[in-house]
Structures are given as structure tokens and as C-alpha cells.
Design a protein around this ligand. Structure first.
Ligand code: URA
Length: 232
């Protein structure tokens, strides 16, 4: 059965109809090896469609890991400020961001269209570990570990403890299992330290050691297998 090229690409999850039309008009799509610039061109089940020379293979869900740079909001759209989705290829703008990092934070950020996994990774009961590296504007107090690893009461929530690993006088790793707004900064404020640099070095066992800042990649099959355990 023949269908329009823009419908085919949208159905395969490469963006909305207007997004895929842009890809087509930019000459990024080939059908059977020939660049096609008309969205209304027809393809059928035997057509080989490629985007930037990579064959389109249908996958319901896709999973990307980004090393978020500072200066980008974790939002899908904003009127005046750059958002992390600006860093993705045009045909991947349909992904949701799993959890949030502050605009000035860097590090591991997962993007997916798998709503169920997204939900499970954010549920506090699933205890998904998030490890942060922080640089502070002052020397850590001696009782930092004791205070941070025990529950801390804020007016809107109480932490469930953490793992604190001091690196030197003014830097440390902190692992937590919740993800409240500004949680790490607020925890360090409680011990009199202001966070001047924050990077999420691990999220649900995923790290961005191999990813330059601002870059993203698909999860490996091992990483995906590890994550999908949370979906069960
Ligand atoms: N905690 C914060 O305070 N900021 C982040 O970006 C992430 C966790």
C-alpha cells in the first residue's frame, strides 16, 4: 500500500508532519537511493527510505543519553532561552526529557519516547540513583557527611539520606535517589556551602564519560537492558 513520504516518516516517529516536511525539503531523505524533496511522493512496503543515508528501521521506542551543557533549559520549548531539544537532530524533537537538570548544571540526561520507562525512572519508590559532582564556594565542614547522609527536613520534603564522598576541601560526590527541585544545591546550602558547579556524573547507572559536552548518543544494548529492568 502506497503512503505519502511525510506520513511514513511521521508514523515511524521521526517528528511531526511539519518537522518531517522540513527534513524532506532540506534534501535529507532518499527513497531507493534517490533524494526526494516532495512530501507528497509515495512510498510502499518495498521502498528503502533513508535519513542522511541511514536506513529507516521502525523502532517504537528510542533512548538517547546526552551530556547536557550549562546554559540550556531542560524544557521542550522556551520563548527566549535555549533548550536541550535544540541540541537534537530535527527528527528527534519528539522525545521527552527524563527528569530535570538546572540551566547551569551539566551531565547525564536521558531522552526517550518511552513514557512508561520515563515514569518508572522518576518514581521515588524505584530508588533510581543519581550521582552528582559538585564544586563548592567554601570549605566543607567536618560534619558534612553526617548531615548529608541523614534525612534533612525542608519545608516541602524530607531527603531519604544520601551517599557523600568528599574529594577535597571544596568538592565532593553526592548520590541521591530522589530528584526534587534544586535538591543538591539545597542540601549543600544546609551545611553552609553554595554550589558553584554541578555535574550529574551518573543517572540510573548511565554515565557520560565517553560523551563530549553537548553531544548525545543512543544507549548501547547493555545500557538499555539495564534500564528496562526498571520497567518491569
Ligand atoms: N540538584 C540541583 O540542585 N540541581 C540540579 O541540576 C540537579 C540536582
Amino acid at each position: 500500500m502506497a503512503v505519502r513520504l511525510d506520513k511514513f516518516l511521521a508514523d515511524y516517529g521521526f517528528g511531526t508532519r511539519s518537522e518531517v516536511k522540513k527534513l524532506i525539503s532540506k534534501g535529507k531523505i532518499k527513497v531507493d537511493g534517490i533524494t526526494i524533496k516532495k512530501a507528497e511522493s509515495k512510498v510502499n512496503e518495498n521502498s528503502i527510505v533513508s535519513i542522511e543515508d541511514i536506513d529507516v528501521v521502525y523502532r517504537e521506542f528510542v533512548y538517547y543519553l546526552m551530556n547536557k551543557p550549562a546554559g540550556y533549559l531542560c524544557a521542550t520549548k522556551d520563548k527566549s532561552q535555549p533548550v536541550v531539544l535544540d541540541l537534537l537532530e530535527d527528527y528527534r524533537k519528539n522525545l521527552a526529557i527524563v527528569g530535570r537538570l538546572d540551566k547551569d548544571s551539566e551531565g547525564a540526561l536521558l531522552l526517550t519516547n518511552d513514557g512508561k520507562l520515563n515514569h518508572f525512572l522518576l518514581a521515588p519508590s524505584n530508588k533510581v540513583a543519581k550521582k552528582y559532582y559538585v564544586k563548592l564556594d567554601s570549605v566543607l565542614p567536618e560534619n558534612a557527611k553526617e548531615i548529608l547522609e541523614n534525612p534533612i527536613k525542608f519545608k516541602d520534603f524530607e531527603t531519604k539520606g544520601s551517599i557523600f564522598q568528599q574529594i577535597d576541601d571544596c568538592s565532593a560526590y553526592l548520590t541521591i535517589w530522589e530528584g526534587k527541585h534544586h535538591q543538591v544545591k539545597r542540601m549543600f546550602e544546609r551545611i553552609g556551602c553554595s554550589v558553584k558547579y554541578l555535574k550529574r556524573v551518573e543517572f540510573a547507572g548511565l554515565n557520560v564519560d565517553d560523551l563530549p559536552i553537548g553531544q548525545y548518543r543512543e544507549l548501547t544494548s547493555q545500557e538499555l537492558e539495564m534500564l528496562l529492568q526498571y520497567k518491569k
